[in-house]
Ligand binder design. Structure first.
Ligand SMILES: *Cc1c(COP(=O)(O)O)cnc(C)c1O
Length: 392
């Protein structure tokens, strides 16, 4: 099959919900990808922050193969080792008390939203179910997480949306206080707003938020679907902010490319979701759990310590290019946003980069880079050279 045949097949039979780039990807190794026709691309996207340990990683692939041969799936009504071992590893490396596994980011956020509402119901009864999220946030595509998302463009067509969310401004504690009330049970934030444009929250705001939550007995929920699993240089971003959240969701990078999400709860909340209150048929599937275990083994403390250095190297390299179309960089670790200058659009620049052989993403008005965490200096240099050659 060539690219034109593939495109025709896709257009004929799939819902056209994605604004796809005019490129196909057939296979990859490390941080390099190839199309059907053999065109080479340096990858600064890792899916969308999913392929955390790169493409064709042998340790990861072997863990999947071995587990698939041994036991591909078993209902959560039975105990199985991969689920329990993965939960233990995550708790040990984060200080959180317990894990639940599902299949995606939106679903993980639904889980921590349920956690907050049940915590509050158990303690205070009905009527205390409102959750404050931030303007410009992104929390997913299910009806509830669309409502949680603090961007009006997501609140269209699919009425009625879920009740029970109010929106405050990022880095403005007074705005959060103004949105809070007797009916509030939690605050849900991304520590680096991803889809909104790679905007890290200020540390002082986040510490203030944690104090406010503790005073009012609101749960502090952190959406680490994009920032989690080493992306920002620590296993989870909250570990750099000096806070102890009540619930933390994760997904994207956790299983290195297999579909998995989930959440961690603090000891304060470990008995909130008891038998029968939450479940998932596929959640914590042995193959996905084995893949996640391999990802966490690969992303040991040494590998995580390199993420910040790689991020700084890329950011310095990009700023040194001195291009008319792009400005300052921002972000945390290997989650990088690049300002797009007036007169240029991020979509056109991303298309131009892809045309030149470098895969890049957009977020809000910015360009966004989420390379595999295992990317090498050589691969980063190759990507920077393509940026230099391609951008005005
Ligand atoms: C991607 C993302 C989600 C949604 O994850 P899905 O797996 O697509 O459901 C939620 N929150 C954040 C911060 C994300 O980046």
């Amino acid at each position: 099959m060539n690219f034109d045949e593939l495109k025709a097949l896709d257009h004929a039979h799939t819902l056209q919900t994605y604004g796809r780039f005019d490129v196909d990807i057939d296979h990859g190794k490390g941080a390099t990808l190839w199309s059907l026709a053999g065109r080479e691309y340096v990858d600064f996207t890792s899916g969308i922050g999913v392929c955390s340990v790169g493409y064709g990683n042998e340790t990861w692939a072997k863990a999947i193969y071995d587990q698939a041969l041994k036991l591909g799936h078993i209902s959560n009504l039975f105990y199985s080792q991969p689920y329990a071992r993965l939960a233990e590893t995550l708790c040990r490396r984060t200080g959180m008390a317990a894990a639940f596994f599902g299949n995606s980011g939106a679903e993980a956020n639904e889980g921590i939203i349920k956690l907050a509402r049940k915590y509050s119901f158990d303690k205070y009864g009905a009527g205390r179910s409102n959750i404050i999220t931030l303007n410009n946030s992104f929390h997913g595509r299910t009806l509830t997480t669309l409502t949680a998302t603090g961007q009006d463009v997501f609140h269209q067509y699919f009425f009625p949306f879920m009740e029970g969310f109010r929106y405050a401004d990022a880095n403005d504690l007074d705005s959060v206080k103004a949105q809070g009330g007797k009916d509030t049970c939690a605050v849900l934030v991304e520590l680096v707003q991803g889809e909104g444009g790679v905007l890290p929250l200020e540390k002082e705001f986040v510490r203030g938020l944690a104090e406010l939550c503790a005073q009012r007995d609101w749960l502090l929920l952190v959406d680490e679907v994009q920032t989690g699993v080493g992306r920002t240089g620590t296993l989870f971003a909250f570990q750099q902010y000096g806070i102890e959240p009540d619930g933390v969701s994760f997904a994207k990078g956790i299983a290195g490319g297999l579909p998995m999400g989930g959440f961690l709860v603090h000891a304060r909340c470990r008995s909130v979701l008891g038998p029968g209150t939450h479940a998932s048929t596929f959640g914590g599937n042995p193959v996905c759990a084995a893949a996640a275990q391999a990802v966490l083994d690969i992303l040991d403390e040494t590998a995580l310590a390199e993420v910040a250095g790689k991020g700084n190297y890329l950011r310095r390299g990009i700023e040194a290019l001195n291009k008319k179309s792009i400005g300052a960089t921002r972000g945390l670790g290997l989650m990088i946003g690049i300002e797009v200058k007036a007169g240029y659009t991020n979509k056109a620049l991303a298309a131009q980069l892809i045309d030149g052989g470098l895969l890049a993403l957009t977020a809000g008005p910015a360009l966004r880079l989420l390379p595999p965490l295992t990317i090498t200096k050589k691969e980063m240099d190759k990507g920077l050279a393509i940026m230099d050659k391609t951008l005005e």
